[in-house]
Design a protein around this ligand. Structure first.
Ligand code: KIV
Ligand code: NA
Length: 274
């Protein structure tokens, strides 16, 4: 049975953490589904880690749908949340149309949208239309060109604004809110003031849940390990090792072996080819 939004909200009341990880395709989603992680975020971070862009801005609604459909086929249990990409946020009408299309075509359980009090009317409309929304505050990568790559809410005004934004989103009906690159003390204080769960990334252990990017968590992107991440495995090194061994085994004749191929009767071959 699929993990429900209601069950994740109950975790907060029970004081139990939950976990979210990004995934962008069928095989990864199957691995998450067979693990203890509760939810998958089909993040627009796919613009960077899957497509190689240097920001999330170029990602289209169609691309989000393409990746979310692959994830949906691999995940029967995990809750699936899909990012509303920057290209769908030019107007409220665009955003509503895109979120509706994402929900209708992917079978996801929620969308996630970046922004605070400013997007409360959009959140209200989506929730009224039957679309669950996860919020996203603090460092919001779709605003990289206006806010830069830095921790948000460190000064008095910033901290006050973050709490006001979180309360405005909760009031508008989001079921949870991501806090990205927010000082741990502020994230913990916001978490205790909200009824809905906070989902932290670079926001400390006081959040009600955590989210990590697949490639960071698994060490697939070794050149850069963000401060907020831990490489629970270094799969990049494992993959390179496997590829080098494959290449060497072919060169020295140890792969493939008889077990890796089928065979035929020598007499038949002789009669056929002479
Ligand atoms: O796109 C993404 O992966 C995200 C998470 C980092 C929260 O939005
Ligand atoms: Na994102």
């Amino acid at each position: 049975m699929r993990t429900s939004i209601a069950s994740l909200r109950r975790r907060k009341a029970a004081g139990e953490k939950f976990t979210v990880v990004t995934a962008y395709d069928y095989t990864s989603a199957r691995l998450v589904d067979a693990s203890a992680v509760d939810a998958i975020l089909v993040g627009d971070s796919l613009g960077m880690v899957m497509q190689g862009h240097d920001s999330t801005l170029p990602v289209t609604v169609e691309q989000m749908i393409y990746h979310a459909q692959m994830v949906r086929r691999g995940a029967q249990r995990a809750l699936i949340v899909v990012d509303l990409p920057f290209t769908a946020t030019a107007s409220t009408e665009d955003a509503v149309r895109a979120a509706t299309k994402i929900m209708a075509e992917t079978g996801a359980q929620s969308v996630k949208i970046e922004g605070g009090a400013r997007i409360a009317p959009l959140v209200r409309q989506l929730v009224a239309n039957g679309i669950p929304v996860m919020g996203h505050l603090g460092f919001t990568p779709q605003s990289v060109n206006t806010i830069g790559l830095r921790v948000q809410g460190r000064d008095e005004a910033g901290a006050r604004e973050l709490l006001a934004d979180a309360l405005a989103l909760q009031e508008a009906g989001v079921w949870s809110v991501v806090l990205e690159l927010v000082p741990a003390e502020l994230a913990a204080a916001v978490s205790t003031r909200l009824e809905i769960p906070t989902v932290g990334i670079g926001a400390g252990a006081g959040c009600d849940a955590q989210v990590q990017v697949w490639h960071d968590l698994l060490g697939l992107y070794e050149e850069f390990v963000p401060k907020h991440a831990r490489q629970f495995r270094v799969l990049g090194a494992e993959v390179r090792g496997a590829l080098d061994e494959y290449s060497a085994a072919v060169a020295d004749g140890s792969f493939p072996t008889e077990a890796n191929a089928s065979s035929m009767d020598a007499a038949t071959l002789e009669r056929a080819l002479g």
